[in-house]
Design a protein around this ligand. Structure first.
Ligand code: ADE
Length: 273
């Protein structure tokens, strides 16, 4: 997969040399090119922003440097044999970044990121490239960062670990929170490793039992416990067909009951655990 990032802070992308993404680069699974937007400015002050039309606070990133930088990054990619680029525009006004979107992006051969500072990029830039390639405007959460670079790191890491051969163990994403499969829609529960006792704290006995069925059940109960506590919206949204008899017992213990449409909601009569 080829990744291009155009930014006014190339050094912010240094973490792409580290850990999983760094190793994927070293192995040639990822071809990452970080470009300094100011290399495409031609005035004395290397200006990349200007005041917004219509007034208002802050500055808007100018069309010309972005257009020139993207044209060159795209031309260079094509010259190196890349194809099928998509533009990924990090913005708090974008669609939410989810595991599903990470999977979708991991299936594309070439991602071009445009992390912006200030109030964002002149809209004509997105409109222009949208005529040539798919554009994903993506938000990593309901908060406002000072710029999109941290979002690029987040998106890249979530995408890179899905590429074939990047994670050592192909099973590792099977049980991920948000991965499709048996645990679909539930958060992962707690995990433990050696030593068996630490500061008088043991580990749940069932994990030592060697009884795979009981362990799977315990993991599922813990997933339900954690999801009801931290993300009740996920339970409410869940297709109730995914809950077996034991799930329903656990949900009832946790203070949840099926409504008229079968979907689960908090039982208003339940006493908080
Ligand atoms: N830029 C600023 N805030 C952002 C967010 N929440 N997601 C993606 N890009 C951003």
């Amino acid at each position: 997969m080829r990744l291009d990032v155009v930014t006014i802070f190339p050094e912010y992308l240094e973490p792409l040399n580290v850990s999983l993404v760094g190793k994927a680069r070293a192995r040639g699974q990822l071809d990452v090119r970080v470009h300094d937007l100011r290399d495409w400015t031609y005035d004395r002050h290397n200006t990349v922003d200007d005041t917004p039309y219509g007034g208002g606070p802050g500055m808007v990133m100018k069309t010309e440097p972005w257009g020139a930088a993207l044209d060159d990054a795209l031309a260079d990619g094509y010259e190196h044999g890349a194809h099928g680029p998509v533009l990924v525009v990090p913005t708090p006004s974008g669609r939410p970044f989810t595991q599903e979107l990470a999977v979708e992006l991991s299936e594309r051969p070439w991602l071009v990121f445009t992390p912006a500072r200030y109030e964002g990029i002149d809209r004509r830039v997105v409109d222009e490239y949208a005529t040539r390639m798919p554009v994903y405007e993506v938000s990593i959460g309901d908060y406002v960062l000072a710029g999109g670079e941290a979002a690029v790191l987040v998106i890249t890491e979530a995408v890179a670990r899905l590429l074939p051969g990047v994670l050592g163990n192909a099973e590792s994403h099977r049980d991920d929170s948000f991965a499709p499969g048996a645990m679909a829609g539930l958060l992962e529960g707690p995990v433990y490793t050696k030593p068996p006792e630490w500061r008088d704290r043991g580990i749940p006995e069932v994990l030592l039992s060697g009884h795979h069925g009981k362990i799977a059940r315990w993991r599922r109960d813990e997933a339900l416990r954690r999801t009801t506590a931290n993300r009740p919206d996920l339970i409410e949204r869940c297709d109730p067909a995914v809950f077996d008899k034991k799930d329903r017992e656990m949900l009832s213990i946790l203070g949840w009951r099926p409504g008229a449409d079968g979907r689960f909601g908090r039982n208003p009569e339940a006493v908080e655990e």
